[in-house]
Design a protein around this ligand. Structure first.
Ligand SMILES: O=C(O)c1ccccc1NCC(=O)[C@H](O)[C@H](O)COP(=O)(O)O
Length: 197
């Protein structure tokens, strides 16, 4: 089970996620209570070993803005959240970064349909922490796809059993307050996700 921990902003939580065995770590570079400046993301990314993917998260920005911020943040992946057109992914292909398309369950759920490398199937409002009907997508997404939206250490096993994803992604569920991550919850989520699949 591939595990992404998203919305990190403090060194101690980046280190906790790496030591817990997370496969990917996300830094929000768009409007959000979790937003960090690209330069801070770059400083945090320097704490991450090469086998862990660093992901810059965007929603609605144009490719030129994404490119500039991703280069400044020195992340290995860019995640475009929402209804970005195929052309946005095409425009970013030469960045050499892993491309992540993040959508809700009403979108095209074939990983690679927009030339992305990874797909996230999320709740309608990203970063909301609200569970949704994960079972409703079972069998629909193809390829390397992650389930997101309202996951937590307490429910990730249930969510994996319901949707049978390739991976999982969490933000709110490992926080003690909006935007405030908790190292124990991060460790617990990774452990529970590994156990689930
Ligand atoms: O996390 C945010 O604040 C956010 C804001 C705007 C666009 C995307 C955002 N997060 C993207 C993620 O990949 C989250 O991990 C995902 O939406 C799951 O969030 P949660 O339901 O809080 O676990």
């Amino acid at each position: 089970m591939y595990v992404k921990i998203c919305g990190l902003s403090e060194p101690e939580h980046v280190t906790a996620a790496v030591e817990a065995g997370a496969d990917a770590i996300g830094f929000v570079l768009t409007e959000s209570p979790r937003r960090v400046a690209p330069e801070r993301a770059a400083a945090l990314a320097r704490l991450v070993p090469g086998h862990v993917l660093t992901v810059g998260v965007f929603r609605g920005e144009d490719p030129a803005t994404v490119r500039a911020a991703a280069l400044a943040a020195q992340v290995g992946a860019v995640q475009l959240h929402g209804r970005h057109p195929h052309a946005d992914f095409t425009a970013l292909k030469d960045l050499g970064a892993t491309l992540v398309r993040a959508v809700d369950s009403t979108a095209d759920l074939r990983c690679g349909a927009f030339d992305e490398d990874l797909l996230i199937v999320d709740a309608p409002r990203p970063g909301s922490g609200l569970p949704w009907d994960w079972a409703a997508v079972r069998g629909r997404p193809t390829g390397r796809w992650m389930l997101a939206g309202g996951l937590s250490p307490a429910n990730v096993a249930e969510a994996v059993a319901a949707a049978d994803p390739w991976g999982v992604d969490v933000s709110s569920g490992v926080e003690v307050a909006p935007g405030v991550k908790d190292s124990a919850l991060i460790r617990s989520f990774v452990a529970q996700a590994r156990r689930a699949g």
